[in-house]
Design a protein around this ligand. Structure first.
Ligand SMILES: *Cc1c(COP(=O)(O)O)cnc(C)c1O
Length: 371
C-alpha cells in the first residue's frame, strides 16, 4: 500500500500498513465480539498507564482529541463551587481556557510565553492565593512548540493543595512514559491518532475511578457526558452510548498490539528520541535552528525558526518537500516565524535521514534561484 507521502506532523500521522488493513472489515457496534475488543482496548490502555493498579479506568470517547478534552472539562467540575486553574503556554492550553469560558466555568488562567516553561513555584503561589480553585488543567507536551511541561512537579503541587488534576497528554501518551498512579493524576486525556499510532476518530480518558464516580450529573453536554459514557461501558461491558467509529477502534486495537511488539512505551520513546535528535542535528547543519532549548524540547515535534534567507517562504518549502514525499507542519506561535516537523508515527531514523537529504536538496535549489 503506497502512501503519497510520509506525515511528519503531530497527528494524524503515518500509520503502519497493518493498522490500516485492520479497517477493511465492517463491525457491528453492539455485537459481543466488538464489545470484547473495546474491553480489551480499555484494559491495554490501563496496563500501559497504571500497570497492576485497580484505581483507574479507561473511557473511550467519539470525536477528535479536543472532544475528549471538552468531555472532561464539561463533565468533572461541579456546577456549583468549582473553579478551574489552567496553566498555559501555548494554543492547546488556551483552548482549555476557552472551553471553560464557553461552559461558564469559573477559571483562572496562568500564562507563560510560548517559549517559557510553566513554573511550578508560580503555580504553587497562585494556588495558595486562590483557595477556591478545585481543579487544575495543564498540557503535557504543548504541541504548539514541542515544549514538554514539568507535569511531575505540577501534579505534586496540585495534590499538595488537594486539587483534582487534568492532564492533556494528547501528543505525549504512548510516546513518553507517564506514571499516572505515582503522579496521582485524576484525569489524563489522549487520542487514537497520536503516539499510539492509530487513525483519527476517538479519544480516551484515563480516570481515577474514585474521582470519576463523583461526577454523575455534572455534565453540561449530553453527548460528551464522561460519566454516562463510563457507566454504559462498565454496565454493558464495552458498549458506547452512541455510534462508535468501529473501523477506527479496530485499527487502534492493532496499533496497541504493535506498540507492545515494539517493546512498549519505553522503546517507542527511544525511537522518537532518536528521530528527534537526528532531526535537530541534521537541520542545524543545514542552517535551520530549533526554537526551543534542548532541555525544554520533547521528542514529539520540533519547531524550527525560518532561516535567515530572504527568499525563504514556508509555502514553497512545504510544496517542494511534499513533492519529495514529506509533509511537514506550519508554525503556530505568534512571536516568531516557525515551521514544525513531527517525529512520531510510523517514522524511523532512516526516514529522518531521507528527509534531511530532501531538505538539503530543496535548500540548494533555493540558493541557486537567488543567484
Ligand atoms: C492534537 C492535540 C489535541 C487535540 O487536537 P484534535 O485536533 O482535536 O485531535 C489537544 N491537545 C494537544 C496538546 C494536542 O497535541
Amino acid at each position: 500500500m503506497n502512501n503519497p507521502y510520509l506525515l511528519l506532523t503531530p497527528g494524524p500521522l503515518s500509520t503502519s500498513d497493518t493498522v490500516r488493513e485492520a479497517m477493511l472489515k465492517d463491525w457491528c457496534t453492539w455485537d459481543k465480539d466488538y464489545n470484547e475488543l473495546v474491553q480489551e482496548i480499555r484494559a491495554r490502555l490501563l496496563a500501559l498507564a497504571a500497570p497492576g493498579s485497580d484505581k483507574y479506568t479507561a473511557v473511550l470517547m467519539q470525536g477528535s482529541g479536543t472532544f475528549s478534552v471538552e468531555s472532561v472539562i464539561s463533565s468533572v467540575i461541579p456546577r456549583a463551587g468549582g473553579r478551574l486553574f489552567v496553566a498555559c503556554n501555548g494554543a492547546y492550553g488556551e483552548r482549555i481556557a476557552e472551553m471553560a469560558a464557553i461552559l461558564n466555568i469559573p477559571v483562572l488562567v496562568y500564562r507563560e510565553n510560548e517559549q517559557t516553561m510553566l513554573n511550578p513555584d508560580t503555580i504553587d503561589k497562585l494556588l495558595k492565593q486562590n483557595p477556591d480553585i478545585t481543579h487544575l488543567a495543564v498540557v503535557h507536551c504543548e504541541t504548539t512548540t514541542g515544549m514538554l511541561n514539568p507535569i511531575e512537579d505540577i501534579c505534586r503541587t496540585a495534590k499538595k493543595h488537594g486539587i483534582v488534576s487534568i492532564i492533556d497528554a494528547m501528543s505525549s501518551f504512548g510516546g513518553i512514559p507517564i506514571d499516572i498512579e505515582s503522579l496521582q493524576i485524576d484525569f489524563l486525556i489522549s487520542s487514537a491518532n497520536k503516539c499510539i499510532q492509530g487513525v483519527p476518530g476517538f479519544g480516551f480518558i484515563l480516570a481515577k475511578k474514585s474521582e470519576l464516580e463523583k461526577c454523575k450529573g455534572y455534565a453540561r453536554s449530553l453527548s460528551l457526558d464522561l460519566y454516562a459514557q463510563y457507566e454504559t461501558m462498565e454496565e454493558h461491558e464495552g458498549k458506547w452510548r452512541f455510534t462508535s467509529p468501529t473501523h477506527v477502534v479496530r485499527a487502534f486495537h492493532q496499533a496497541l498490539k504493535e506498540l507492545e511488539a515494539e517493546g512498549g512505551i519505553k522503546a517507542r520513546n527511544m525511537r522518537y528520541t532518536e528521530n528527534q535528535n537526528k532531526l535537530v542535528l541534521g537541520m542545524k547543519e543545514l542552517g535551520f535552528h530549533a526554537l526551543l532549548r534542548k532541555e525544554n524540547q520533547s521528542p514529539i515535534i520540533t519547531a524550527f525558526l525560518y532561516p535567515e534567507v530572504q527568499s525563504f517562504t514556508f509555502t514553497s518549502f512545504y510544496g517542494k518537500l511534499k513533492k519529495q514525499g514529506f509533509v511537514i507542519y506550519p508554525g503556530k506561535i505568534s512571536e516568531k516565524d516557525t515551521f514544525r516537523i513531527g517525529t512520531i508515527g510510523e517514522v524511523y531514523p532512516e526516514d529522518i535521514d531521507r528527509l534531511l537529504t530532501a531538505v538539503a536538496a530543496v535548500s540548494k535549489d533555493a540558493e541557486k534561484q537567488l543567484i
